[in-house]
Design a protein around this ligand. Structure first.
Ligand code: SF4
Length: 308
């Protein structure tokens, strides 16, 4: 089965994380610097719902009244400026416009600023603070439209970024795969099962068993399985699981190909996160050079070399 995604991936991003000084206090961060050269592998779509709504820079910080940004869409919450101006309708319209820009450009991934009452999505990682009442007003639309959502803070950790990137590629690949028959499903599962097992072993084993009872599945059953797998791919793994799996796949690779890759360590050996990320990239390159399916990072985002 073809595991290549040959087109450059399109990624939406909160503009203030892309270096635009668009925050209410005129701050912004070059968050992509953290991923170095990898940033040039993608096409970026920065959007800012608040600037797009005409709120200007600098401006008063906005607040959500009600449970969250989702409540705003249900008429159960408002967006207010610090001095009490009602900005609800302007931010809703602008959020829809930003969403439409992304959808029209066929963007399915978004890197969001955590804690923002507009772009925030999940509970913030800032300890003990539930900033911005997540999801934000725009974040709610991203969730509703099934975007693959990456917190901008995780770009600063090389292993977390590696984890997000490999799951993002698997997510986008799975979305595009034809899925009409059990043979299609088995083909997809062959590619993604090791990654899914790493993320949620119990769920993956149960799903594998479910296949045995599905001789002639209906189209909606197959699509429901696709959605289940897509949702699992949204979940982060952990450095320990990543180390264990790396060693397992590397051991299998050595056995199968008779080749070694310098610098890949056992799970018990000490290394920092930057070193671990380097090992993972070496394993990806080594696997790609001999057409070995590296189950922890199965999808390759580059042009396929023509066979000689
Ligand atoms: S609305 Fe989003 S992109 Fe704009 S400043 Fe706030 S968090 Fe950043």
């Amino acid at each position: 089965m073809d595991v290549y995604l040959e087109d450059r991936i399109k990624i939406g991003i909160s503009a203030c994380m892309y270096g635009c000084k668009f925050r209410y206090n005129a701050k912004g961060w070059h968050q992509l610097e953290a991923i170095g050269r990898d940033a040039s592998s993608f096409i970026w779509f920065p959007v800012c719902p608040e600037v797009n709504a005409g709120f200007g820079v600098p401006r008063e910080a906005i607040k959500i009244t009600g449970e969250s940004g989702s409540a705003v869409w249900k008429n159960a919450g408002k967006v207010m400026s610090g001095s009490g101006k009602n900005l609800t309708s302007a931010l809703m319209k602008s959020s829809e416009a930003c969403l439409n820009q992304l959808l029209q450009a066929e963007v399915a991934v978004f890197i969001y600023m955590e804690g923002s009452p507009s772009c925030g999505v999940y509970r913030t990682t800032l300890k003990n603070k539930r900033l911005g009442k997540p999801p934000g007003v725009f974040g709610h639309l991203l969730l509703e439209n099934g975007f693959f959502l990456i917190p901008a803070n995780d770009l600063t950790s090389p292993v977390k970024w590696w984890d997000w990137r490999r799951r993002m590629l698997a997510f986008l690949w799975l979305k595009k795969q034809p899925l009409h028959t059990m043979a299609d499903l088995y083909g997809i599962w062959h590619v993604l099962k090791f990654l899914c097992q790493e993320i949620d072993e119990k769920w993956a084993r149960a799903l594998g068993k479910k296949f045995a009872d599905m001789a002639h599945p209906k189209a909606e059953d197959l699509e429901a399985i696709r959605v289940d797998i897509l949702n699992v791919l949204r979940k982060p793994s952990s450095p320990q699981k990543i180390k264990n799996r790396l060693w397992k796949h590397y051991s299998h690779y050595r056995k199968l190909t008779g080749k070694t890759i310098e610098g890949i360590k056992r799970p018990t050996e000490l290394r920092n996160m930057t070193e671990l990320a380097e090992e993972l990239l070496k394993m990806e390159l080594g696997a790609m050079s001999v057409d070995y399916l590296f189950g922890a990072s199965p999808i390759i985002n580059r042009k396929k070399k023509a066979k000689e």
